[in-house]
Design a protein around this ligand. Structure first.
Ligand SMILES: [Mg+2]
Length: 333
């Protein structure tokens, strides 16, 4: 992993363990005295509270404005605490809110049932304020830390995806790099072999690019490379087609499921598009503008060969188009 990202992630993990709490605790109980006693105790400890007197209105409140934690009476008229809890746990919006049951029953089966429907804990009545506050504090902290870990896991996954993307990108032209070329060509070669489809490759080279750099300077050379890369990319219409920077002024285009005719069509389109850019090149020996030489090949992969065979054939085609005077393409089968 990139050391900067790693360092930032470690710093986040260290910094974000502060369990400061600013949420609301919802107390659900059909007994007004219980509601009042619990509210006073929690407010006295610095928590904000809301109340509900039955399961249905509790569920409505929770969906409208989710609290940080719910204290839920088990014995209530209408839907009881267990059913209320099951409904909250079945809804993705409310399922992560910790629920602590408050029950008059000391029956083990009831406690086990409470935990099995998704509660994190239970408190038996008559309750002690100290116990209520201690359990509330523990579960708020647990919830806070769980959320932080989840957030950091998401941030880490995103950072990894970005690193993976950057690792496959050419820094100058923003098209895929040579590393991605090798990986993708190998992948598509094997896929085409399995499916017995044609895999096409185009290699193209900017004509007399050394003269271009010598005359216009390397900064202008970089701008030229970027414009050519972008123009080639614009010629590719299918999601599986990939342009990569193959070398200094060489680009490689991988075209899965493409015949020789299809690949020649793409090569012609690229050639025309680059000509239309009309980038002046006074030291080219074939044109007043930047042009390309292109090698084209398409093969149905043979089990006895690997992707290097396609590269070698396409390289030969590029060599021939250069030998034929550049600013042209050649198909080699
Ligand atoms: Mg009750």
């Amino acid at each position: 992993m990139n050391t900067l990202v790693q360092k930032q992630t470690q710093e986040n993990i260290i910094v974000n363990t502060d369990c400061s709490f600013d949420g609301v605790i919802l107390i659900v109980d059909d007994n007004p005295t219980n509601l009042s006693v619990l509210s006073i105790a929690l407010k006295g400890a610095g928590y904000k509270t809301r109340v509900a007197m039955d399961g249905v209105s509790a569920i409505e409140q929770v969906q409208e404005d989710p609290p940080a934690l719910i204290l839920l009476d088990v014995q209530m008229p209408g839907i009881n605490g267990f059913e209320t809890c099951m409904k909250l746990k079945a809804n993705p919006v409310t399922q992560d809110i910790p629920v602590i049951f408050i029950t008059a029953s000391v029956d083990l089966d009831q406690k086990v049932k409470g935990l099995s429907v998704g509660a994190v804990d239970y408190i038996t009545k008559p309750f002690q304020q100290e116990e209520v506050l201690a359990r509330v504090k523990v579960h708020l902290e647990l919830r806070f830390l769980t959320k932080k870990v989840q957030e950091q896991a998401i941030a880490l996954r995103e950072a990894n995806q970005e690193l993976h993307r950057l690792a496959n990108l050419d820094g100058l032209t923003a098209v895929a790099n040579r590393r991605r070329f090798d990986e993708y060509l190998d992948q598509e070669w094997r896929r085409s072999q399995r499916e017995q489809n044609s895999l096409a490759l185009i290699l193209c080279d900017i004509d007399y690019f050394k003269n271009y750099n010598d005359y216009y300077g390397h900064q202008a050379g970089d701008v030229c490379l970027k414009r050519v890369a972008q123009a080639i990319d614009d010629c590719l219409k299918r999601p599986a087609d990939l342009v990569t920077r193959y070398g200094g002024e060489e680009f490689a285009i991988i075209l899965p499921n493409t015949s020789s005719e299809g690949a020649v069509h793409v090569a012609q389109l690229i050639q025309t598009t680059i000509r239309q850019l009309s980038i002046p090149h006074h030291h080219s020996l074939v044109s007043s503008f930047v042009t390309l030489s292109l090698g084209v090949s398409s093969q149905v992969p043979n089990a006895e060969l690997d992707a290097h065979a396609l590269v070698a054939t396409t390289d030969k085609a590029l060599y021939i188009s250069k030998a034929e005077g550049r600013n042209t393409y050649h198909l080699e089968c």
